[in-house]
Design a protein. Structure first.
Length: 290
């Protein structure tokens, strides 16, 4: 009899344990998680989202990315959704400390490939079907190759492609770059690895590539860096998700660091006056898992 009672108590305890576990599992918060991926083999696009060939007078590299930041993220239902009329899920802090409104670099979220850039409770995401993603890229940190006097060196470059960025002081390894003001789209700085040399510059206005395949129906402002990409299958948020939704933003870095060639050798040689022209990402392919 005692054995039967003991078994009954054990069964009740196990039932209660698993029942509570089920309840806890159902009540657990679910998130929309946004991550970045960098792909040097992804198609290289122009501002209209069409395949782009490197001009013969320019040189370019597919850089080796360390980190990236963005200051805006939006889900758009269709190609006619105007910028800002979709579900805007992130807008980074801005400041007027430098005069005009600018991205506050000190408060930017900077992540590596595969790290969570955003983690938003799904209950805060408007339910619906989304065909496009729009993300405004602002900062890139990557490695490039630099030539000087016939020798090749590795360098680390900081690239600011946002519309306008307020920077106090930014660093590349032990090298400091005090700005204490706004930097317009195209500001860059680099430092050689293992050699005491660092410099900075400014790419020409209006040359930063920002692919937007729906430019004819949903344009973006000039000078912004709002890259647009289409899901192969719409992202549907219905409020019944029982696990996290991960959106991966695959960015084309296919020859995304571009300069004007003075010596046609495919080598970036700033010492002879070769200037950076374009540091814009070359396309966005978003995917999602549910």
């Amino acid at each position: 009899m005692k054995k039967i009672v003991a078994l009954f108590i054990l069964a009740v305890a196990l039932f209660s344990f698993f029942s509570c576990e089920d309840v806890d599992d159902k009540s657990e918060e679910r998130y929309l998680i946004v991550k970045f991926k960098f792909d040097a083999d992804q198609v290289r696009l122009d501002n209209l989202g069409q395949p782009s060939i490197l001009p013969s007078e320019n040189g370019a590299q597919s850089p080796n990315f360390n980190a990236i930041s963005a200051h805006y993220f939006e889900l758009a239902p269709n190609a006619y959704t105007q910028l800002g009329d979709g579900t805007v899920l992130y807008h980074a802090p801005e400041t007027t400390e430098g005069g005009e409104v600018a991205i506050d670099f000190d408060q930017s979220i900077v992540v590596k490939e595969g790290e969570a850039f955003l983690k938003i409770p799904l209950r805060l995401v408007t339910q619906g079907s989304y065909e496009y993603v729009r993300v405004s890229l602002s900062y890139q940190d990557y490695n490039i190759s630099v030539r000087n006097n016939g020798a090749d060196y590795q360098a680390r470059l900081a690239s600011f492609v946002g519309y306008n960025t307020f920077i106090n002081t930014h660093f590349i390894e032990s090298n400091s770059f005090p700005i204490n003001g706004n930097s317009s789209q195209g500001y860059w700085a680099f430092a050689l690895n293992d050699f005491p040399f660092a410099t900075s510059g400014q790419a020409p206005t209006g040359l930063t590539t920002v692919p937007n395949p729906i430019a004819s129906t949903s344009p973006i402002p000039a000078g912004s860096c709002v890259v647009t990409g289409k899901f192969s299958k719409n992202l549907v948020i219905n409020g019944n998700e029982n696990k996290d939704v991960v959106v991966t933003l695959s960015l084309s870095i296919n020859k995304s660091f571009e300069w004007q060639e003075l010596t046609t050798d495919g080598k970036f040689e700033p010492a002879i006056g070769e200037n950076v022209l374009d540091m814009g990402l070359r396309g966005l392919i978003p995917t999602h898992s549910k």
